[in-house]
Design a protein around this ligand. Structure first.
Ligand code: SF4
Length: 119
């Protein structure tokens, strides 16, 4: 038996997950999305990553960004380390792509704030 905290919605259900002869049995969930979450956690856990990247604009040292989709948990450290090497040098709008296909993943890095012309 494994216990997981479902993070799909703010209810934060405490899930009990058991593998009964190849069948994953989930209890403690208030809705069926918790079952999908538990199954994904046991097979291929993924997360959306939010962080910041540097900019070359004097008044804006960091720009908040996020991944355009969830990535495998095992890739998060590598992605965050890579993003420490990125510097934004052009004005961007919220939602613009900062890095395309980061680390060869099927995922872009998206600005979650803007940088106006002139900083
Ligand atoms: S099981 Fe359903 S209700 Fe409970 S936290 Fe997950 S998504 Fe929310």
């Amino acid at each position: 038996m494994k216990e997981l905290l479902c993070i799909v919605c703010p209810n934060g259900c405490r899930l009990q997950v058991e593998n009964r002869m190849g069948t994953i049995v989930v209890t403690g969930n208030q809705c069926k999305r918790g079952i999908g979450f538990a199954q994904a956690e046991l097979t291929n856990p993924t997360r959306t990553v939010t962080t910041t990247v540097r900019t070359s604009f004097p008044g804006i040292p960091a720009l908040p960004v996020r991944t355009s989709r969830e990535i495998p948990k095992g890739k998060i450290r590598e992605l965050v380390d890579f993003l420490k090497t990125v510097t934004v040098t052009r004005p961007l709008n919220c939602g613009d792509v900062v890095v395309e296909k980061a680390l060869g993943l099927d995922c872009n890095i998206i600005a979650t704030d803007h940088i106006l012309e002139g900083g």
